[in-house]
Design a protein around this ligand. Sequence first.
Ligand SMILES: *[C@@H]1O[C@H](CO)[C@@H](O)[C@H](O)[C@H]1NC(C)=O
Ligand SMILES: *[C@@H]1O[C@H](CO)[C@@H](O)[C@H](O)[C@H]1NC(C)=O
Ligand SMILES: *[C@@H]1O[C@H](CO)[C@@H](O)[C@H](O)[C@H]1NC(C)=O
Ligand SMILES: *[C@@H]1O[C@H](CO)[C@@H](O)[C@H](O)[C@H]1NC(C)=O
Ligand SMILES: *[C@@H]1O[C@H](CO)[C@@H](O)[C@H](O)[C@H]1NC(C)=O
Length: 351
Amino acid sequence: MSGLCVFLLACVLPLSLASPDRQDPFLWLSALRGRGYVEGSLLADTTGGECPAECDCPPSFPIAMYCDGRGLTAMPNVPSRMKYLYLQHNEISAMPDSALANATNLVWVMMHHNALSTDKIGKRVFAKLQGLERLYLQHNNLTRVPPNLPRSLRDLRLNNNNINKITPAALNGMDNLTILYLHDNALTEMGMSLRGLNSLTLLDVSGNKLKKVPDSLPERLHQLYLESNAISAVPEGFLSKFSQLQYIRMAHNQLTDNGIPPNTFNVSGLVELDLSFNQLERIPLVSQTLEHLYLQANHIKEFTLGSFCGVVDVMNFSKLRTLRLEGNEITPGDVPSESALCLRLANSIDV
Ligand SMILES: *[C@@H]1O[C@H](CO)[C@@H](O)[C@H](O)[C@H]1NC(C)=O
Ligand SMILES: *[C@@H]1O[C@H](CO)[C@@H](O)[C@H](O)[C@H]1NC(C)=O
Ligand SMILES: *[C@@H]1O[C@H](CO)[C@@H](O)[C@H](O)[C@H]1NC(C)=O
Ligand SMILES: *[C@@H]1O[C@H](CO)[C@@H](O)[C@H](O)[C@H]1NC(C)=O
Ligand SMILES: *[C@@H]1O[C@H](CO)[C@@H](O)[C@H](O)[C@H]1NC(C)=O
């Protein structure tokens, strides 16, 4: 097979290269090598190792293979030395178990913006990649989290797929996972799938169909993005177990006053709280250390200074810098004059 390929390629070469007058009768072969041909698609060269013809493997960085944006419809062969694989922005629809069989050293696999569907991903295709840290599968056509993902993952991106169910085992044991993007999928619930993600700091599940805040949220979270779901209530004390949570985004949900227990957001450490585009009628009590509060496009009827400052005096004031209240049922005249003392750091209050 490979002999035939060499023969065919030789036939299409410019005559001067294939000319027998040349001193080196195999010069045409080295010219071929320089272009990345020979032996079907894999080339063993002196610059850094074999590399599929449809990809680039820079000699200066021989453990990376760049095949992004080339209209590929199938997986290229991935040589075993590769650690970084760039296959994003192609039209690859299948990853059979054999696809990465030799490439057990992979650390990054970039497969975002392809046409992968769940039934065309081999059950064991990722299983042997014991050192895999980043897996980007966003913007494909997945309905499930691929099975048997390596527990070594640190950054897993599955957003903009069609994932509608996540099993408890899918992410189980991913002790080092710090970033998980699941936004813009079709999840209605997350069950216990987040349990034990002890390193997770960023969870983005916005743009799904969640009816409640996921259970067993990891305690190390810094950023929790839940916007554009169908959440109408939050559990009592749901923020009290987090010690490092700084950013909460819950815009575009169905939150009402009744769905927010009294001291929910009176927790220190929060920097940003986005509750815009909900159905709140009152300003919830927030911690004095909060810096940015977004409440625009709710049904708030009253400006309650007590939501920001329990006692107003020289020493007791809110750290709020941004307060957005436009698109509610209050006017600038509803903001009491004592607000200047309590909200003394606010650059602007948008009413
Ligand atoms: C894996 O390596 C073997 C031996 O070098 C080779 O025959 C096979 O084609 C390779 N498979 C892939 C998918 O690269
Ligand atoms: C996505 O997958 C479904 C089946 O799961 C299939 O019917 C559909 O054609 C796929 N869409 C694309 C764009 O590949
Ligand atoms: C997590 O990272 C540590 C430190 O880099 C490493 O020793 C450990 O094996 C990793 N855990 C998994 C499950 O890969
Ligand atoms: C808000 O939390 C602070 C600090 O934990 C506490 O001192 C204060 O009483 C709380 N405010 C209300 C109204 O419960
Ligand atoms: C704020 O007011 C409360 C209640 O009067 C008081 O206990 C607290 O010490 C005050 N904080 C500061 C920083 O003055």
